[in-house]
Ligand binder design. Structure first.
Ligand code: AMP
Ligand code: FE
Ligand code: FE
Ligand code: ZN
Length: 301
């Protein structure tokens, strides 16, 4: 008798805005019944080596990955809205172009985060950048971060400080009231074009997928199709069909979209540890999804 095997191809560690250390994830994945998993931290591969080493010890299949935030304004018209996150799977985590992009995005964050804090202060919310740094990267100073030391500090960390200091009841409330795209202290961060993100993941030997399409701002299915068509022109390989933000109807809609453009499908929980109430392996992604992607990555090398 064979039992079903699953993979989870989307999760975060303390190298970005997750709460579990990269070396702890393999054990947690194994306990969640996974046969394979990918670490896809925001804009960095800093956790990949440690995670890979721990995975090897436990004999759980590991996929090196990244989730790059790109500019959603594909046509360079109008006000960019929503987010455009691109997943890279089976990448060489040490590839020079990816490393250069990480450095640039880190710098963009180092500029953006203090601006968000400034806006919050203007609104009477008394938090400091040091408090955020302390929470996200204990032991590091703002100066260390500016020197390019690896630590992705994102809005979830700012949200956590807002919760800890009692300004909001949840990170979700922090986003809707303050730091989300419609919040009063919102600040954009769009330094990477989709074209360059796709190109860099390919250069690093990876497969590129559009993460959680539901988060890409679109008013109709036709509009999303148009965006996907543009990304396909730029080299997109896949679509994340199963994700914690997707309803069953979304999964069906995005699976059809993948079929229509002959794209691969990927899926994952987008686990962030205790910062979000999302469980590992909650998307029950069949292991063959991971294997199909591995075959494609191997054949293009
Ligand atoms: P940043 O990378 O700093 O722009 O922050 C983006 C991250 O914030 C995403 O990866 C999500 O993990 C998280 N996020 C975005 N919107 C929300 C929300 N409404 N509630 C909770 N977390 C969110
Ligand atoms: Fe995140
Ligand atoms: Fe994302
Ligand atoms: Zn993610």
């Amino acid at each position: 008798m064979t039992t079903a095997s699953f993979c989870d191809l989307h999760m975060h560690s303390t190298a970005s805005d997750g709460t579990d250390a990269p070396e702890d994830l393999p054990r947690l994945c194994q306990a969640a019944g996974l046969s394979a998993f990918a670490l896809t931290d925001h804009d960095t591969t800093a956790g990949v080596a440690r995670c890979a080493a721990a995975a090897k010890k436990l004999k759980i299949d590991f996929v090196p990955g990244i989730e790059l935030s790109a500019n959603p304004d594909l046509e360079k018209t109008g006000q960019p809205q929503g987010s455009l996150h691109l997943l890279g799977h089976f990448i060489d985590p040490d590839h020079a172009h990816l490393a250069e992009i990480s450095k640039r995005l880190l710098k963009a964050r180092a500029q953006r985060n203090p601006l968000i804090i400034e806006k919050l202060n203007e609104l009477g919310v008394r938090i400091t950048y040091d408090e955020v740094v302390d929470l996200a990267a204990p032991g590091m100073t703002a100066a260390d971060l500016e020197a390019g030391d690896h630590a992705i500090i994102g809005r979830p960390h700012i949200g956590q400080v807002l919760v800890n200091k009692g300004y909001v009841k949840s990170i979700h409330e922090a986003f809707s009231r303050y730091i989300g795209s419609h919040g009063a202290a919102y600040e954009r961060k769009d330094t990477l074009s989709a074209a360059e993100a796709i190109h860099a993941i390919h250069e690093a030997g990876g497969i590129v997928s559009l993460a959680h399409p539901v988060q890409v701002k679109h008013d109709s299915n036709a509009q999303l199709e148009h965006i996907v068509a543009r990304l396909v022109d730029l080299g997109l390989d896949g679509i994340e069909t199963r994700h914690s933000d997707h309803t069953p109807a979304d999964v069906e809609r995005f699976t059809k979209l993948a079929e229509r453009f002959k794209l691969m499908v990927t899926g994952g929980s987008d686990y962030h540890g205790s910062r979000k109430s999302i469980a590992l392996n909650s998307q029950r992604v069949p292991l063959k999804v991971c294997h199909a992607m591995r075959d494609a990555a191997t054949s293009t090398r």
